[in-house]
Design a binder for this molecule. Sequence first.
Ligand SMILES: Cc1ncc(COP(=O)(O)O)c(C=O)c1O
Length: 381
Amino acid sequence: MSQESHFDDIIDRRGHYSDKWGKYPSHVIPMWVADMDFDAPPCVKEALQQRVDDGVFGYTYAPKSLVQAIQQHCQSHYQWQPASAHFIHLPGLVCALHLCVRALSEANDRIIVPSPVYYHLTKAPEMSDRKLDRIPFVLKGNRWSVDLVSLEESCKKDDASMLLLCNPHNPGATVYTREELQAIHALAKRYNLYVVSDEIHCDLILSDATHIPFASLNEDAAQRTVTLMAPSKTFNIAGLGYAFAIIANSQLRQRFNKARAGLTPAPNLLALVAAEAAYTKGQAWHAELLEYLRNNCTYIRQRIAGTKIQMAKHEATYLAWLDLRAYQIDKPHDFFLKAGVGISDGEGFGAAGFIRLNFGCPRSQLEQAMNRILIALDSLS
Ligand SMILES: Cc1ncc(COP(=O)(O)O)c(C=O)c1O
């Protein structure tokens, strides 16, 4: 990559209350939690600045204009038209995952989750005393996807009641195809399961794949699905706290709203302002971001060529899923921390021997991290 990009700029996030940068001592390069070391889009900063200049921060509500901006986004990106009445505004997506399990299933129900997966999808059933069936994500060719035979085995069980999907999948970087989603939907319909579809990474597609919201498949899917989305990953505004659920089925919506009443606060004013600006004016920034991330992903692939690290097809997210099992490292997190890189250990997602590397950062930072990782691995041989 020869052309300069503003995404190359190094931003010192230490002392900024950053989870990512506050976790480790200063000599460590943090490449773990899913936010990016980039400035928010200028349109977001301008909108926030204006609102801060207003200087009034009273109680607030999600305005119609925000919902319209999201609807417009859904229409232009996924040819999907969720109705305004089906939106629920939330301070984050994780609380929605836990709420869905608690509100839409009963104690001891079986919840099915393709795994390894972002840990809140498995934590939500575990914390609510539900049974958890982890369905293996397997390599099909060079691409991770759910094993449909195991999925059906689980769906068949009498106490199975809900399927938690992560699409695009974190970690594993898979974007489910229409055929895969249709096969999953056929099982959900046959065995009468609700589907909670965490689609937070849906606007971070780095390949020629297309994101298809599960609820957009057909009317039956719409009626049994809770869709969870947010601008937080796409526009790097996770610290502001805003996500939304789309629930077409009025009974499910009522149950979800009853369970959250008085417990989940409304999203804060600045989060709403940022979201609206991002969805209405952030397209050019977003396109540049995807280009930068694609190049970073290619760079990782170039650096690991000739090593024993395996990386399957990477379709979406800025989180590389690296298979290091050939190195037989006992505790990858501690091993790489010693080398000066803070990675996410695959074990936390349910896959020992893997690591997840966040490449949403300036290229020079990624280069340094890759140097340290490869030197540490070299020292093993
Ligand atoms: C799949 C997935 N869902 C949810 C979240 C977090 O959502 P929120 O910050 O809105 O609670 C993440 C963050 O990494 C994620 O990867």
